[in-house]
Design a binder for this molecule. Structure first.
Ligand code: GLN
Length: 280
């Protein structure tokens, strides 16, 4: 099978599964991650012969995508903040919005030797990106899921950063130490929001990393803030990804705990998405 035929097979197999532009993006990822052809290769090497496993692998990928399985789980990786990270169904697929949270922290903390804690690290995307981008940071990360921690460990090793990982529940965190920065992208989607969500998320991503009960949408924020006011050093900063519906409530929660400079920040789509505050 030649590259050109593989691409045609993907195009016809995926017609109707996703928009044309999305199919194009999927094909780019498949060529790169499965066959090791980057975009230039794809443009120039259409006649190249692919390995023998290609037809079967393509048929399998198409079948799984048609069942709405996320491509990131099928190929086992995604890109985040310029890094290739392993993902499995044990972890949420890192979202582009969360890259903006990393950028915000990096931009606002030019100092060195900062001690950082990421609560609910999942794939390790935030912790690892910060460990790579901040100067000489000491980064800790916790997660309640042992399977998620195994993925985060693999990612830290393959990207050659030191992140100390702790198995701990965000609702009753027990990591040691005091911190200059605490960051979290905790579960924040209400159960009632499920109806408006896509099958690729609902059927495949870990509910434990996504959902909170309707009657307590700030469940995790309350625990995080309670911990943060203790564990942050004076002047230390808290950064959160939040549900756009609850900007005002999160703001009030942070203010009620005596944090200073409380900000609610939009993402690049113009949606309320982050909160930041400082321990005075
Ligand atoms: N932004 C994610 C989504 O829309 C939710 C992430 C989370 O719950 N922390 O699926």
């Amino acid at each position: 099978m030649r590259l050109k035929e593989a691409i045609d097979q993907l195009k016809s197999g995926l017609a109707g599964v996703a928009e044309a532009s999305e199919v194009q993006a999927m094909i780019r990822v498949i060529c790169e991650d499965v066959f090791n052809y980057d975009q230039v290769d794809v443009a120039l090497r259409q006649e190249s012969e692919l390995p023998d496993f290609a037809p079967q692998r393509i048929a399998e990928i198409v079948a799984r995508l048609r069942r709405h399985e996320p491509l990131q789980y099928i190929v086992g990786s995604t890109r985040f903040h310029g890094h290739k990270l392993k993902v499995s169904p044990a972890v949420l697929i890192p979202r582009p919005e969360t890259e903006q949270l990393v950028d915000l922290i990096v931009d606002e903390n030019p100092g060195s030797d900062l001690r950082v804690l990421d609560m609910g690290t999942g794939s390790g995307c935030i912790a690892i990106s910060l460990a790579r981008a901040l100067k000489f940071a000491q980064v800790d990360a916790l997660d309640v899921s042992r399977d998620a921690l195994a993925v985060a460990r693999e990612n830290a090793e393959s990207l050659k950063v030191k992140v100390r990982l702790f198995e701990s529940d965000m609702l009753s965190p027990q990591p040691p130490g005091s911190y200059d920065i605490i960051v979290s992208n905790p579960p924040y989607v209400c159960w009632s929001e499920r109806e408006s969500m896509e099958r690729n998320v609902l059927d495949y991503e870990p509910g434990q990393a996504l959902f909170v009960p309707d009657n307590d949408p700030l469940l995790f924020y309350k625990a995080i803030v309670k911990y943060a006011v203790e564990a942050l050093d004076k002047g230390g900063r808290l950064y959160l990804e939040i549900n756009r519906r609850y900007g005002n409530e999160v703001k009030r929660l942070l203010q009620d705990h005596g944090l200073a400079d409380v900000r609610i920040i939009d993402d690049s789509y113009g949606n309320t998405r982050f909160a930041a505050a400082r321990k005075g």
